[in-house]
Design a protein around this ligand. Structure first.
Ligand code: HEC
Length: 467
């Protein structure tokens, strides 16, 4: 509104009118956030992949009629930001550590505000003409990595509604590959009939609350001789885990005549008699591709015997450390806890400096991997101490706890606990590492001394140490 110079000459009365006018203009502005104009585009981009008929989520969030009853729940779940239960599932804390992740589905502050305003002003429908064109989906189990070049299906498995936890291996399945290929991206789907099965056991929400019965699965590439391939092909799958797009310079080899082994599977009942199978989707690098770097796992774990969580414990911290034996570019930050875990942090200690690389909420129904963007992925020299800090909540506030009166220790069942960083990285020689640090300094335009979180020898610190 242009009220500049001209309005200086106004009488008191006209100021009053202006005030009323301004209020009148401001009031509808708050209610201006509508489903068709503002909310539907957010839901299409961030929610519909799961919230549509026959997909993983319990309800569809496409039409106004479907969404309206959930307006308050949508506000509540999105406002959780990095806490367990947040929608979309992504619990990275944005106010500490490195920012910049591939395929980050989280909502911006602006989107969070729009959703909150919309829910608080009666969730108005808005002008139907503003509604974005509907998205088209091919099927219930669409791949987030795009259509895979190869899909390998496990043999079927099943589990009774209240069956005890089960550990074991599924039968090995040939990939059918007739040539060596490098894997660029990997995604695992658990396909079951759970949705159509009646709930037979309720109460004490199982950690894999919902449709899933595969708590975790280790999928391994076995060479033509049946022996696991060095480097491994596939990250450990967990309930609710997202897909992996590997570092473009470090594809993983899968050879002609190889098979996939499902060597360490853990199943946990979901309250329904469930039958299903696993589908592994692989996308390949073009033929003739050769990787520049070698992949490596970056694991830090607390000994299970040191995990001691009294009944009713809240905000309990457990830590663990490991020293890097080689130079690492950390490409994926992946906390792994179990039912009692609610938060996790990763620190890097180098020389006299301790930095928090990242913190995130943890929800054992949504075990997520966070892949760093290439230009911020931590460059950690040999000798760096990685420290993990897990935070545990053994109270009813944690919906993954069956009975918070129980003491909990470490172990493999979903209701036992772990404190693990299941990181992925590239191992770099001293020369490769020096080049990577130099490239990072150039990229960031660093000249003098400057702290770069996640790169302790960036910013001129290396030279100083050598002087
Ligand atoms: C990766 C799949 C996925 C995505 C993406 C996703 N959801 Fe969900 N959502 C689920 C599943 C599965 C559940 C049920 C299990 C749970 O509550 O964690 C759920 C539960 C919910 C609930 C609770 C329902 C209830 O009965 O109270 C709300 C609300 C919700 N989602 C809203 C959203 C919104 C809004 C978005 C996008 C901003 C979104 N979700 C994105 C899978 C997803």
């Amino acid at each position: 509104m242009i009220v500049t110079r001209k309005s200086y000459g106004m009488s008191r009365g006209s100021w009053g009118c202006l005030l009323v006018l301004t209020l009148l203009l401001a009031a509808p502005a708050a209610a201006d956030v509508t489903f068709t104009k503002d909310i539907a585009p957010i839901l299409q981009k961030h929610c519909e992949h799961c919230h549509r008929p026959n997909a993983i989520a319990p309800m569809s969030l496409i039409t106004y009629e479907e969404v309206r009853p959930y307006a308050r729940a949508i506000k509540a779940r999105t406002q959780l930001r990095n806490k367990p239960g947040v929608m979309p599932p992504w619990m990275l804390e944005k106010n500490v550590g490195i920012q910049g992740f591939k395929n980050d589905p989280s909502l911006s502050e602006q989107q969070l505000t729009a959703i909150a305003e919309w829910a608080d002003t009666g969730a108005p429908h808005g002008d139907p003409a503003d509604m974005p064109a509907p998205l088209t989906w091919k099927g219930p189990d669409e791949w987030t990595i795009g259509e895979p070049d190869l899909i390998v299906r496990s043999k079927p498995f099943s589990m009774g509604a209240s069956a005890p936890d089960w550990w074991g291996s599924f039968e090995t399945v040939p990939t059918g590959l007739t040539e060596d290929r490098y894997i660029a991206a990997y995604e695992l789907h658990e396909v079951t009939n759970a949705r159509t099965q009646p709930v037979e056991v309720t109460g004490g929400a199982p950690p894999s609350a919902g449709l899933s019965i595969i708590h975790h699965g280790t999928v391994t590439a076995l060479g033509p001789n049946g022996i696991p391939e060095p480097g491994g092909c596939c990250p450990i799958h967990e309930v609710g885990r997202n897909a992996d797009v590997f570092d473009a310079e470090a594809g993983k080899l899968i050879r002609a005549g190889s098979s996939l082994g499902f060597l360490s599977i853990h199943m946990h009942a979901n309250g329904r008699n469930t039958t299903g199978h696993l589908e592994i989707g692989l996308k390949f690098h073009p033929r003739g591709y050769t990787p520049r770097y070698r992949n490596t796992g970056v694991t830090v774990a607390t000994n299970h015997d040191l995990i001691d969580i009294p009944g009713g414990a809240t905000d309990l911290k457990i830590d663990g450390t490991a020293v890097l034996q080689e130079n690492i570019k950390l490409t994926v930050y992946e906390p792994h806890m179990h039912a009692a875990g609610v938060r996790f942090c990763l620190e890097a200690i180098y020389g006299t400096t301790t930095e928090t690389l990242n913190c995130s909420g943890y929800d054992h129904s949504w075990v997520l991997a966070y892949a760093y963007k290439d230009d911020v992925a931590p460059l950690l020299p040999k000798g760096t101490i990685l420290r993990i800090v897990g935070y545990y909540d053994n109270t009813p506030a944690n919906r993954n706890i069956p009975d918070s009166r129980n003491w909990m220790g470490g172990g493999h069942r979903s209701i036992d606990n772990m404190n693990v960083l299941l990181g992925q990285g590239l191992s770099l020689t001293d020369e490769e590492f020096a080049v990577a640090v130099e490239e990072r300094n150039k990229q960031l335009g660093i000249k003098g001394r400057q702290v770069v979180i996640g790169c302790p020898t960036c910013g001129g610190y290396q030279e100083e140490a050598l002087e």
